[in-house]
Design a protein around this ligand. Structure first.
Ligand code: EPU
Length: 420
């Protein structure tokens, strides 16, 4: 067990490179097993625990993989096992993409129900609705999803809720279905577009990703390809907020500024300066920021995954901010930790009322989930004195080398054994 030690009060300065997008990579890796011919070479893979879990799962299914720093080579020509039921599958959320990928290619799969961050009820009814509409039988037995189809036939599917996972999962299966599938009320996140581009590089015919109607014309088979994952919108947002919170000046490189617009807009509204370049953004701030209201929403709205780091920033802004979390009902678990540091926050259902505190003070806290962990790191960076952050397994699932990246910007942060 490890913990992060943060000494607050240092302004962050310099440049930081953003890694490949976690939520794109965790869909692209399962999607790669749909290639029956050739190998997939995928670059810009983030070095995070969720990716390592997926590497172990695809190996357990019979894929051959080679890891070379941030590049992953996957040969899935000889898959021998259609049963993904391991501890790794149960631990993470994105393991549910093996259902769509295996169903598409083999018309059959057994995948244990996924885990992931404890941020609310996480049903998969929309995934199941999509698989059934394509002609599969879906049964949940002994904690696993069993899917089987004689044939998958393209059809029209209207999702009842906008779901990233359901959109990607059904898109995977539909690429190898017969005929045309139309997904309506589809999610529009940048990683949906990235997965569609990856599938098209493998020979699929997916059109409209990035809008709420995606049209997939089934093909007979998919082949290996070379691909590079897009930059991580959420990691970038986290560093933008950290720069604003500490009153520094940081250039966040290897990003797609368009994907960050909802975050940039809020930082500007608070009084920070955000300068967009071709593939980087610079955030400058005096550290004296105004309160704002936030409502999370599917892309292009303000991302729920940035809500927790943002609420730390609001704890140190002047005045009252109202944060409404519209996607997950339990995404305020970090608030109790922030309160240990002197934050003035009241949570009422899905709303947090934040009154900016004069200062935060270091304390012993924990990462209650992945983005809560990032929120605590930012809190530690602006707090007076020493902050100890425990339960780093959550942070390591989604942020590559978080302390090393912050050290490069001048933060006083290091990792040590929690037993010390
Ligand atoms: N929903 C349903 N039925 C479904 C699927 C979803 O009702 O079948 C509901 C959910 O309960 C939620 C909403 O729809 O209220 C949106 O859920 P979505 O399916 O979009 O979430 P997800 O696919 O499980 C992904 C990311 C999350 C991110 C959400 C929203 C991955 C592996 N996870 O989750 O990322 O918060 O989309 O953008 O891609 C994170 O990275 O920290 C994280 C939690």
């Amino acid at each position: 067990m490890e913990k992060l030690i943060v000494y607050g009060g240092n302004r962050l300065f310099g440049d930081i490179d953003i890694s490949g997008a976690k939520n794109a990579a965790v869909a692209i890796i399962p999607a790669a097993l749909m290639a029956s011919d050739g190998t997939c070479i995928i670059d810009n893979i983030p070095d995070i625990e969720d990716v390592h879990c997926l590497e172990r799962i695809i190996e357990s299914l019979g894929c051959k993989i080679k890891v070379n720093t941030n590049s992953l080579t996957i040969d899935s020509s000889n898959i021998t096992n259609l049963d993904a039921c391991t501890e790794d599958v149960r631990r993470m959320r994105a393991s549910y993409y093996f259902i769509g990928a295996l169903l598409g290619r083999f018309k059959e799969a057994r995948v244990e129900l996924p885990g992931g961050c404890p941020i609310g009820v996480r049903p998969i009814d929309q995934h199941i609705k999509g698989f059934e509409a394509l002609g599969a039988t879906v049964k949940i037995e002994h904690g696993a999803v069993n899917v089987k189809a004689d044939r998958l036939i393209g059809t029209n599917i209207f999702f009842d809720v906008v779901s990233v996972g359901a959109t990607i999962n059904v898109m995977l299966a539909a690429t190898l279905a017969e005929g045309v599938t139309t997904l309506e009320n589809a999610a529009r996140e940048p990683h949906i577009v990235d997965v569609a581009n990856f599938l098209n590089s493998m020979g699929a015919n997916v059109k409209g990703a990035g809008t709420d109607i995606i049209r997939i014309t089934g093909v007979e088979k998919l082949c290996g390809c070379n691909y590079s994952v897009i930059p991580d919108q959420i990691e970038a947002g986290t560093f933008m907020i950290a720069a604003a919170a500490t009153g520094g000046e940081v250039t966040i490189k290897n990003v797609i500024p368009k994907h960050l617009e909802s975050i940039s807009a809020k930082l500007i509204e608070m009084g920070a300066e955000v300068i967009e370049q071709d593939d980087s953004v610079t955030v400058k701030s005096t550290g004296k920021l105004k309160s704002v209201n936030i409502k999370t929403a599917p892309y292009p709205g303000f991302p729920t995954d940035v809500q927790q780091p943002m609420s730390t920033l609001l704890c140190a802004a002047e005045g009252r901010s109202i944060v409404n979390e519209s996607i997950w009902e339990s995404r305020f678990k970090h608030v109790d930790e922030l309160k240990k540091m002197g934050a003035n926050v009241k949570v009422e259902g899905r709303t947090a009322i934040i009154d900016g505190a004069e200062k935060l003070t270091g304390a012993i806290v924990k990462a209650t989930d992945l983005r809560a962990g990032a929120a605590m790191v930012i809190a530690g960076l602006i707090a007076e004195g020493k902050t100890e952050i425990h339960s780093l397994d959550h942070i390591d699932r989604g942020y590559p080398n978080i302390e090393v990246k912050f050290q490069r910007l001048g933060a006083k942060i290091h990792r040590e054994s929690a037993e010390e």
